[in-house]
Unconditional design. Structure first.
Length: 311
């Protein structure tokens, strides 16, 4: 037996064990509840008669009476246990047993999506054939795109699309991967992954300070001229391959423009040094499978419209 086969057998045995343990524990708890109710309902020798006090008194006047639970309340306990057993027969809950109805959250989600597509699919398809620049002139299309944005994008980019540290502002016409309708659509459909390596170990503290000074100077900000000149050489060696020799970035790689004073993670000298020293990693998830092309088309139109007036 090879290692892979042994691992599969061990995993299957472990799964069966824990499945059995869950079944025993679940059914045992239901049985224990039933037994506890029956046990407490039995009359015992020496017990006070129904309606009499048991002899337990608190605060000199508060006495405990031997009164049974109301019948309707007792039956609620029994009905709860019956409901639990019926549920566990019909639906998953007993280890790996799937229930006689075969319900899973995956097929429930699939049915809901099919129903939603049948209802709303024609609405989205109506706009799919229209170019994005044309949709930006359609208030109804933009309202749908805005609702999609609020539901699926606002948690990262903000409800006003103004972004935040590590999440781009979508209103300022400054784009990492390009701001054309096609580029925006591709970004939403397939996602993006950006990575800047950590240069601290290569440059050292002094080298980081020099590059940070040069980067500041690219956007017209004040920096020590000596540090700027030294940083220029480091930039040409380590940074120009991605950001370009002039520092204006590379949309094909998602490398930001360093000359426009727009900063994804913050533009203070300390944050710039931190970015150079430790690097950055950013990821935009793909929405192709989740939203589909027709919805993304409307969403891209809304996002394109946000920055269109800033061109």
């Amino acid at each position: 037996m090879n290692e892979t086969s042994k691992y599969i057998q061990d995993f299957a045995f472990s799964s069966q064990f824990w499945s059995g343990w869950i079944i025993v524990l679940t059914l045992g708890n239901i049985l224990a509840c039933w037994w506890l109710i029956r046990w407490t309902a039995k009359k015992r020798a020496g017990e006070a008669a129904e309606g009499d006090t048991t002899g337990h008194t608190w605060d000199e006047t508060l006495a405990e009476y031997n009164n049974p639970l109301p019948r309707w309340w007792l039956w609620l306990f029994y009905l709860t246990m019956v409901f639990g057993l019926v549920y566990l027969v019909l639906y998953p809950g007993l280890g790996s047993f799937r229930g006689v109805l075969g319900w899973t959250h995956q097929n429930a989600y699939a049915k809901e999506m099919q129903a939603a597509d049948a209802k709303y699919g024609p609405l989205f398809a109506k706009y799919a054939a229209k170019p994005i620049p044309q949709l930006t002139q359609d208030p109804a299309a933009l309202r749908i795109g805005q609702r999609l944005f609020v539901n699926y994008c606002a948690s990262c980019h903000g409800s006003d699309a103004g972004g935040g540290p590590g999440f781009p502002n979508l209103r300022d016409n400054d784009w990492l991967y390009g701001g054309t309708p096609e580029a925006i659509t591709k970004t939403i459909l397939d996602g993006r992954s950006g990575a800047m390596p950590a240069w601290g170990p290569v440059l050292g503290e002094q080298g980081v300070n020099e590059v940070a000074a040069y980067v500041l100077s690219l956007s017209g900000r004040q920096a020590d001229p000596k540090l700027v000149e030294a940083g220029r050489k480091h930039f040409a060696t380590y940074c120009a391959a991605c950001h370009g020799a002039d520092g204006k970035g590379n949309p094909a790689m998602g490398a930001p423009n360093l000359t426009d004073n727009v900063w994804l993670y913050g533009g203070s000298p300390g944050v710039i040094r931190q970015t150079i020293t430790k690097g950055r990693n950013g990821r935009m998830p793909a929405h192709r499978d989740f939203l589909g092309e027709d919805k993304v088309h409307l969403l891209a139109a809304y996002i394109y419209s946000l920055s269109k007036g800033n061109k």
